[in-house]
Design a protein around this ligand. Structure first.
Ligand code: GLU
Length: 427
């Protein structure tokens, strides 16, 4: 049976690269009916933090992945000691004065058949003797990794390209310990659009940040998939169930991937469109509460739902929703300076008052009747519709773009509309 693992170190948050490695492992296990193991590489006591561990596990779950087993290296220290002693007894390692255990590297030519890159050759004569157990008694990454992968029965090691140089060192250890090597698959790096590795400086990198910005987990997973894999036929949208059916690790690209925020935004917008608006309400409500736009105690779900529906086809993230739909939730709105400059720069009190009177007298208040009154008014005033549409929009929303004016007046409600326009008449 296929057994794979994701082995994060809880020394930082789960970032895009780690999440993709996790996803490809998980997907491979699912695709092959295998097992997916999580191994927490927490032997660096100083740098490992509980908050990082929690975030990593939360993010993996939020992305929709689960694991069959979980191990913590910090709980397996005696195992690494045992294997180090074995190597000492067999004279394959030596102990330094400071108690560190060091592996003797013999010159060898090593060939690995990487499932993604094909054959890679290494000459171990350039590798120095390797520390297995440090003076403080904790194992090094390469040693703990091999002992764990071997004793946990990992069949395929799928990890980032940045570990390629570790692989020959690890193969030497498999041989010295008398273990069979697993298969290896090194996934290419993710570069930023400007070139170079992804970094905090160039924008969000951790999964929890994307979560906070209002990306949907399904969309992020879809995007992570496309970083280095493709379902074929130039398809960009694929749900996870279908990906499980199509995925094979050997189809992963060899060349580095480029992180493209515009594409992620496009994919996210497509998932937002498809999503049941009721579920979107569940996701945006905490964001609205956090912003102080609505109160937990007296939520008007129906109202939020209507606003969500109004924006669902226009936004690419839910953070954008909060930004663009803010006027539906604020008591006071302040128009953006350019919008005010452009559309509310002359006295429109007469036109606004006439519009208000018509609205106030409406017996049936709905988008159609509002539109009829509005069109009649501009006709009477001998104006073109847009001469009044834009100023009214800015007065009501503070913005120059947004949903259709008559619909938004309807959902904003008669009271609020009248009150906001009145404010402009006074000014
Ligand atoms: N803890 C290592 C990392 O975070 C794991 C590498 C591996 O998968 O072997 O990169």
């Amino acid at each position: 049976m296929i057994k794979v693992r994701f082995a994060p170190s809880p020394t930082g948050f789960l970032h895009i690269g780690g999440a993709r490695t996790c996803l490809f492992n998980w997907l491979y296990a699912k695709a092959k009916n295998g097992k997916f193991i999580l191994r927490i590489e927490d032997t660096d006591i100083r740098r490992s933090k509980k908050e990082f561990l929690d975030e990593i596990l939360e993010s993996i779950k939020w992305l929709g992945m689960d694991w069959d087993e979980i191990y913590f290296q910090s709980q397996r220290l005696s195992l690494y000691k045992e294997f180090a002693e074995k190597l000492l007894r067999e004279n394959k390692a030596y102990q330094e004065e400071n108690k560190a255990v060091v592996f003797k590297v013999e010159p060898h030519k090593i060939k690995i058949k990487d499932l993604i890159h094909g054959e890679i050759e290494f000459d171990t004569s350039v590798i120095k003797d390797q520390v297995l157990i440090k003076a403080d008694g904790t194992p090094t990454y390469n040693f703990a990794c091999v002992v764990d992968d071997a004793t946990l029965g990992i069949t395929h090691v799928i990890r980032g390209d940045d570990h390629i140089s570790n692989t020959p060192k690890q193969i030497l250890l498999y041989q010295a310990l008398g273990f069979l090597s697993p298969e290896f698959a090194h996934i290419p790096l993710i570069l930023s659009k400007e070139g170079g590795r992804l970094s905090k400086r160039k924008g969000a990198t951790s999964i929890s940040e994307f979560r906070q910005m209002g990306y949907l987990p399904e969309a992020l997973v879809n995007y992570l998939l496309l970083l280095s894999w493709s379902p074929g036929e130039n398809r960009e949208l694929i749900d996870i169930e279908e990906a499980i059916n199509l995925f094979d690790i050997k189809d992963v690209n060899k060349t580095s991937a480029v992180f493209d925020m515009d594409k992620l935004n496009w994919i996210n917008s497509q998932y937002i469109r498809k999503q049941d608006p009721n579920e979107l309400v569940d996701i945006v409500t905490p964001l609205l509460i956090e912003k102080g736009f609505v109160k937990r105690e007296n939520l008007n779900r129906e109202y939020i739902l209507n606003v969500v529906k109004l924006f669902q086809n226009r936004i690419s993230t839910l953070a954008e929703f909060i930004e663009w739909a803010d006027f539906f939730f604020k008591d006071e709105i302040e128009p953006e300076p350019q919008a005010k400059e452009k559309f509310l720069n002359k006295d429109l009190s007469k036109e606004f008052s006439l519009f208000l009177n018509r609205l106030a007298q409406l017996k049936e208040f709905n988008p159609q009747t509002i539109e009829m009154e509005f069109r009649q008014l501009v006709k009477d005033l001998n104006l073109e519709a847009r001469q009044l549409v834009h100023p009214v929009r800015v007065a009501l929303t503070g913005k120059t773009v947004g949903p259709g004016l008559f619909e938004l007046i309807y959902y904003l409600g008669k009271e609020r509309t009248i009150q906001r326009i009145k404010k402009w008449i006074k000014r």
